[in-house]
Design a protein around this ligand. Sequence first.
Ligand code: ADP
Ligand code: MG
Length: 696
Amino acid sequence: MIMANFEQIFATNVFSDAEMQKRLSPATYEKLHKVIAEGGELDIAIANEIAAAMKDWAMENGATHYTHWFQPMTGVAAEKHDSFLSVQADGTVLSAFSGKKLIKGEPDASSFPSGGLRSTFEARGYTAWDPTSYVFLKANTLCIPTVFCSYSGQVLDKKTPLLRSLSALSNAAVRLLHILGKTEVTHVYAQVGAEQEYFLVDKEKAARRRDLLYTGRTLFGAKPPKTQELDDHYFGSLRPEFKRFMAELDEELWKLGIYATTEHNEAAPSQHELAPIFTEANRATDQNQLTMEIMRNVADRLGFQCLLHEKPFMHINGSGKHDNWSLSTNTGENLFKPGRDPYNNTQFLLFLAAVIKAVDEYQDLLRISVASAANDHRLGASEAPPAIVSIYLGDELSAVLDAIMRGKRFNSAARERMEIGVESVPEFAKDTSDRNRTSPFAFTGNKFEFRMVGSSQSVADPTMVLNTIMANALCEFSDKLMRSGKDKEAAARRLVRTTLLKHSRIIFNGNNYSAEWVAEAEARGLCHYRTAADAIVHFEDEKNIRLFEKHRIFTATEIRSRVDIMLENYFNVVKIEAQTMLSMTRQEILPAVYRFETDLCELIAKKRAVSLPDGHERAIAERVAAGADGLYHAANALDEAIAGCDAVRTAAEGAAYIRDTVLPAMNDVRAFADALETNVGKDAWPFPTYGELLLH
Ligand code: ADP
Ligand code: MG
């Protein structure tokens, strides 16, 4: 039904290239098109014409308001709506929207996180139009993607560093390609496809759990008798409401020009995955933010709650996001495409070697880019790679690199195998073996797939890090090749070899989930920051500050502010969880247990009165009483741990305190509560259980 009018609805809510071409003068369209493709500035006359055309388009489609749409460090998109209404001197009203309003906004943004970059009395922040991402319509509002910075120009958002990294990467890649003789290339784009996992649960049931309401994850819940074992059967009888959700979601996303193809994940009950077709990284990032928002809205409309949390349920797989990343030239060449004969494809090898060098040198930054309290529950658990970054290349490509490192020619029999591997890229990608799927950073035919990203995170941070570290490696390569002799091809091959010899420790094709890998990775000297609290503080290591300053992504001050924001976020997220846990324990679980105990004791008393044996009832009563006693004491200890939060003096101290004191106290409370859940009557339990939420 929807597919039939797919062409009519696609991108109808986007001020798309086609719409621009239709509504702008040829000169203005030309100029805007160039800025979208290559960056640059637009003068005010042009901005005025574009603003007027946007307003007309938006109003024809029912809009009355516009907003600068930006991505502050909260990770959630922010907007402030203004109407197109303009009152004239004589009191008459008009609709108006100027280039000035399109280009710049001044939200009173004092309560967004700034990590000390801006005090509340300096409330002013600026938003500035990012013409490289399309303007779109949401209900009655024209949404203009913007960057967000402070009065003094310091970055306060996730888009600005991403845009900076994209141009650093393009410049570095173009320079290297020119050295290799490919002078027709003028721009290199990073392309991203962000696969999104999520859970759908019944809205009414979810609303009866304060943990889901306040924290997005369950803080209690015993393992139900059935979880993932039979999920295939479960999905075999997909409820019509799920299908309806996916159809409505697809339709809304298509209207926004998002190439979504929904499918359900086999991993956990009620868990699904949405994979869009990849696009330019900045747009893909905006689109993923929008996708998450629309998922929540559509779910709500249809009686579901969409859970985007990284680990909504213990004992059951959590949700991640795969940041599929590749590089493409303006001439349409994918720089990670190995071709028929990768051994002799020097350009491919050089870009591959650059990735290997970049990821090895900045493993820590990739780890940090996905560090959050929520993702800590996933990384290193059984469904996601450990918090150790390594690269999977597959046997075939590894054999090519081995030959290069050993200074041997790659023999044709092996190359035969390689050709098969590479030429069957779609099969290869789909047929991912378990070993492949365990890798945090896997080469999948013509792209890399960074799989450590958490489901609720923006792909802006990990993509920005990938772009920056890649730009850095490419710059070093260019510098070296510039200093080499005339034969650039030979120099490039030597460079590939020395790079591989130095950085091949980062390549690992085995099972990343195994305990042996953790030991081996540590023996190889790979970075292993187990928790977000361990990782985040290293963002401001000297080498990282040097990197970001060199490529003009961040100043040292901006990095320090981000460290504080991330640490404070970690602290606050867990503190809210701890407080929620405490109140649920004291106000819901313990009272429910007392009611169950009362019933049991009354039964025992009545049995005694008529001289009936009460042995097993007593045993249960004793077990439950012991559990309640344990829970009571664990809750008191958690209360004390929470009180201790007030004593921390710095963000780093706070995060360490949460990691070492609050989280362990929460684990104790949970252990007692979950054991009680399985020992008291089902009707007595105060909120829906895992089974009721996921399987009913
Ligand atoms: P898999 O099944 O291994 O996850 P797919 O081919 O289905 O691989 O792709 C998954 C995601 O990767 C999709 O979002 C897709 O658009 C994206 N993708 C495919 N090719 C590229 C590419 N060259 N660059 C970036 N993303 C890509
Ligand atoms: Mg994938």
